[in-house]
Structure formats: structure tokens, C-alpha cells
Design a protein around this ligand. Sequence first.
Ligand SMILES: [Zn+2]
Ligand SMILES: [Zn+2]
Length: 190
Amino acid sequence: MPSLNLQLKDIPDEGLDLTRGIALSDLGLRGEEFTIQAPLDLTVQLLRVGKQARAQGSIYGSVFYECVRCLGKFEHRSNIAFTVLFQESEQDSQQHSNDTSQEVKETVQIERFSMVNGQLELGDMLREQLILMAPMNPLCTPDCLGLCQVCRSNRNVKKCGCQEMGMASPFSTLRQLINTHDSTINKPSL
Ligand SMILES: [Zn+2]
Ligand SMILES: [Zn+2]
């Protein structure tokens, strides 16, 4: 299997196409942020541009997140496209000071990653893509009912007796008010 850590000089003039599966260990992850059950499909095209390398590709596959409401694991089909420019870290800091005008003009969002001594750490870059694309508040379904505050049972699975004891009254009162209001409006005036 081709390595995810390669050297700039390993990229031939015509570019390098890489297709392989990626596991959590390739990304340096242990399944805390999210987990996967089968390797994700990686396709990436690497191109050497002077002393920089451009990586364009996609990551595709099933990622499992934990729902913030019911804490259940759920599957999400991810399809993440990326375009990244690898450049030497010391060159990076110099360019940032006088290159700002050019950056603003760029229409396509190209991310920059640092290389050290021509070493491209693809695994680090891919990990960042996956973490960036992960939902902030993952939900198994948009209307997940979550866990019962009282008995902690999953309300999507089991209807426990203790639910909505305190919640019901203010809402039903409000609904009654709205209904009363509506009926007065709809009342024929003649
Ligand atoms: Zn849920
Ligand atoms: Zn309950």
C-alpha cells in the first residue's frame, strides 16, 4: 500500500495519482472524535509546482458519529473534496507577510499545509479535513428525542412514564391561548 508520508521529490513531473483505503491509524486517530468500520476511500492527485506540492482529491466512506442528544452511534456517508497546497514551513512565514493581496483575490479556497524538508504528511492533512467536516452537534436524526432527563432511557427507543411532566403545562397553556385568540378572530362578525 502506498505510503501517506512522501517526499516532494517522489512526485514525478507528470504528477502522482494515489488511490488507497485509509484507516483511523493512518490518520493518527483512535476513534475519539469519530470512528469508522471499514477503510475510507482516498483518491488524491499530487502535483509538484516548483517547491510546492498541490494535492487535490476526495475522501469517501462511512463515518460514525455519536449523537449529542441520545449518545447513540450513527452512520454518516461522507464525501469530502479538498485542494491543499503543501509548502515549506519557513517559506510559509515569509510569504504570508507580502502575499496577502493575492490571497484575497483567490476565488477557490486553497488550504495551506507545511512541509518540513520536503516531507508531505498526507495523514495529518486528511485528519484535519475529516475533523473540519465533522458536524458541530451531530444528530442521529434532526428530530432525535434524546435521553429522558429523569431515567436516562433513550426516548427514541422507549417511551418511559416520566417524560414531559414539567414541560407539558406551559406549552399547552400557550396553545390554549393561541386557540382562544384564533377563535375570536375567526368568529363571524355578522
Ligand atoms: Zn440521537
Ligand atoms: Zn424517563
